[in-house]
Design a protein around this ligand. Structure first.
Ligand code: ATP
Length: 199
């Protein structure tokens, strides 16, 4: 599995549609200060489901939409598409190539798509979670993030590793199942009480 292309339309400083082709191996993005290198990384995090405006270096989610310049008016929506090569079947979906798209409208509406079909944010998060590209984005190490990891407690560090390894999803499911079991146990006790009252 590798990231093939990233297309930005109206995302932050990328007003016009811009496609970056990523080949297997190392890709470097170079450019002067303020030219939009970090915006590319923000777009990657955003399309993979990032929900924190602060993580995307903004105050509110709407800040990802192109805000206009002296020569160009603001846009009404931001859209990012990420195409992933899935020839090795690392993503649990029957396609050798997967394109996920996220759109945000200035009125607050959002849309998510997998290979052109509308879906929920949860579907994208679930699709990516086993590949280690989880919601917490430990695959993206931002400026200052390294410090956070180095200073983390052993429990927090285990959390990072579990997220990256895709264990967290199963832990969450286990916790949900245990909560259900617990409430079932309560129902059983009540049922027992009622049965003995009837007798
Ligand atoms: P550095 O090397 O200094 O870290 P960089 O290349 O990573 O810089 P970015 O932080 O990606 O640069 O881009 C910053 C630029 O993006 C700024 O010029 C800022 O005005 C612009 N920008 C950010 N959000 C928007 C937006 N919503 N609309 C228009 N431009 C935006």
């Amino acid at each position: 599995m590798h990231l093939k292309t990233l297309t930005l339309r109206g995302f932050k400083s990328f007003a016009s549609a811009t496609t970056l082709s990523l080949e297997p191996g190392i890709t470097c993005v170079v450019g002067p200060n303020g030219s939009g290198k970090s915006n590319v990384v923000d777009a990657l995090a955003w399309v993979m489901g990032e929900q924190g405006a602060k993580t995307l270096r903004g105050g509110k989610m709407e800040d990802v939409i192109f805000a206009g310049t002296s020569g160009r008016p603001p846009l009404g929506r931001a859209e990012v598409s990420l195409t992933i090569d899935n020839a090795d079947g690392a993503l649990p979906i029957e396609y050798s190539e997967v394109t996920i798209t996220r759109t945000l409208f200035r009125n607050g509406g959002s849309e998510y798509q997998i290979n052109g079909a509308q879906c929920r944010l949860l579907d994208i998060q679930e699709l990516l979670s086993d590949s280690g590209l989880g919601r917490e984005m430990h695959v993206i190490v931002g400026q200052g993030r390294l410090d956070t990891v180095l200073r983390a407690t052993p429990e927090e560090r285990r959390g990072f590793i579990e997220e990256a390894a895709g264990v967290l999803k199963h832990r969450k499911r286990k916790e949900k199942a245990l909560r259900k079991l617990d409430s079932m146990q309560g129902n059983l006790v009540r049922l027992g009480d009622l049965t003995s009252e009837i007798r």
